[in-house]
Design a protein around this ligand. Sequence first.
Ligand SMILES: [Zn+2]
Length: 215
Amino acid sequence: MKLLAALLAIVSVHPLGRSWQGRPITAYEVGNPNGTPVLVVGCIHGNEQAGIAIARALEHVAPADLDLWIVPVLNPDGVAHDTRANAHGVDLNRNFPWHWRPMTGVFASGPRPLSEREARIAHALILRLHPHLTVWFHQHRDMVWASGGNRRIEKVFARVSGLPYHPMPQLAGSAISWQNNALPGTTAFAAELPAGPATQIPRYVRAVLAAARTP
Ligand SMILES: [Zn+2]
């Protein structure tokens, strides 16, 4: 029965493209294609991998009211090498267009906005989906990093997940700041998990669904 539910839960698999080193980047769509669009990205910083297990768990829910898109890994080269950055040494979360500026070192922002394949893939997907809610999993600050989205939605996620809620600054070049500014009326935030492998995965699944259903 559980297996049957899991099989029924998969609506479709969308190959989005490949990383610089040729690794596939894939989205899984579950639920109702006519429902509220929601996006979850399990891992953008390759050395922050705890969200991948939560993303995988979300592939097995079948919300009748949500069009739930899941990208378990946006930065597969970073995961392969256990690095924050992609294979070009760029922090993908500083490569988005909102207030992009040149940065080097750990926050290297790339030669120009959307210079990186992986960032372009996410950018195109987000413009196509126009998600009501996007949850980006990070580590390991143990908080909801709320910066520019709908606070009611962010606080629902915080309450259900147990992650403390923190209003934080918007970040130049971040995916979340780009979304919250470029797509008014939508909400994106970072779920900063604690260090180590994910625990309480069902609780995060419930938190995503509860936040997604908050108008
Ligand atoms: Zn991160």
